[in-house]
Design a protein around this ligand. Structure first.
Ligand code: FES
Ligand SMILES: [Fe+2]
Length: 351
């Protein structure tokens, strides 16, 4: 559905700061190389604590972080072969969550029926993905496609972040191209215009136009000359629950969101840049460029965004009844989609 692009005053639906997720999608929980064989990590996917472990064969498993014996957190336990043993009495669970051994139970005695919830888990693009929803839906759904991943002519930079804010506040920030003002000192973009807006069942697709100028913009291929203003279209697509943003032929960003709680969110992002250098020059300097871009460009932008997003959340919490005004229809569309996805899930699971 094509929506109007005029900047008109609309009241923000505060309800969006209280809604949950639609769990029938894959959510990223960690970089894959952060969990080595034999290690356990506690992750939280929308208020559900999950013990993710990599067994000694390298296989990943995800179990609810509560032992069915007395409720002790399973992430405090230890990996024994393919199993996870609870720290307290050593009850052992396999990757499907079945209790397969109790060390002090006489051999001839049958194991009690004690089951932990297990979650579908997979490793893709050096990320670990967990599916917190309906098991049947896990089979038909997949993490987003990232065709640029490991393409030799692109420079990939990965960045993760932590926000003390509801995921709606973070997702509005990612759709909000009108905040170039914030990044002025970092040679961010300016003169934004919303050119088109489309809404579907599961996505908000916006096309903006922005202008760039300066040496950084030239290096990143955003403008031809550092001293001239270049105006280009930028596509921002909120494909629930993650983002895909791109500038045709120049750069793209895959921003994967992990909603943790009503006041906490995380993100895992891949930036891809088409650097205009011959491959034989680019290849040896890639690790250095990745570090420089991450530390001195992307993390600086991110720090400014985190400050705004957390300030927004804090003010909301201090007075949840306060009325806010938005004029960008793309932000209202993101809010409506978040509410709709949650309501659809609630309706389906309660009927
Ligand atoms: S609480 Fe886990 S084994 Fe007893
Ligand atoms: Fe920003």
């Amino acid at each position: 559905m094509e929506s109007a692009t005029s900047l008109k005053s609309q009241t923000v639906q505060n309800q969006v700061r209280q809604v949950g997720i639609n769990p029938n999608y894959w959510y990223p929980v960690s970089w894959a190389d952060e969990i080595k064989p034999g290690k356990i990590m506690l992750v939280v996917v929308w208020q559900q604590a999950i013990a993710v472990y990599r067994d000694t064969q390298g296989q990943l498993h995800a179990l609810e972080d509560a032992c069915p014996h007395k409720g002790v957190a399973l992430h405090k336990g230890k990996v024994q072969g393919c199993h996870l043993a609870c720290r307290y009495h050593g009850w052992e669970f396999n990757g499907s969550g079945e209790c397969v051994s109790i060390p002090y139970l006489p051999k001839e005695q049958k194991l009690p029926r004690a089951q932990v919830r297990s979650y579908p888990i997979q490793e893709k693009y050096n990320l670990i993905w967990v599916f917190p929803g309906d098991l049947k839906a896990a089979v038909t759904s997949q993490p987003p496609d990232i065709p640029e991943f490991n393409q030799p002519d692109l420079l990939m930079v990965s960045v993760s972040a932590h926000f003390q804010a509801h995921f709606s506040v973070c997702n509005e920030n990612a759709m909000d191209v009108f905040h170039g003002f914030l990044h002025e000192n970092l040679q961010g973009w300016f003169e934004p215009v919303l050119l088109s807006l489309q809404e579907t069942e599961s996505a908000v697709l916006a096309e903006y136009q922005v202008s760039y100028q300066g040496r950084m913009a030239k290096f990143l291929g955003l403008s031809e000359r550092a001293d001239r203003v270049t105006t280009i279209p930028i596509y921002v697509q909120y494909r629930y629950p993650h983002y895909y943003t791109f500038i045709e032929g120049i750069s793209s960003l895959y921003l994967m969101r992990l909603p943790v709680s009503l006041t906490e969110s995380r993100s895992f992002a891949f930036f891809f840049f088409k650097i205009r250098l011959p491959r034989w020059i680019l290849k040896p300097i890639t690790p250095l460029l990745q570090i420089l871009l991450q530390r001195f460009v992307l993390l600086k932008f991110l720090a400014q965004d985190i400050e705004m997003v957390e300030s927004e959340q804090k003010t909301y919490l201090a007075n949840p009844q306060r009325r806010y005004v938005e004029i960008n229809p793309a932000i209202i569309a993101v809010q409506q989609l978040i509410i709709k996805q949650y309501e659809q899930f609630v309706q389906k699971c309660c009927n």
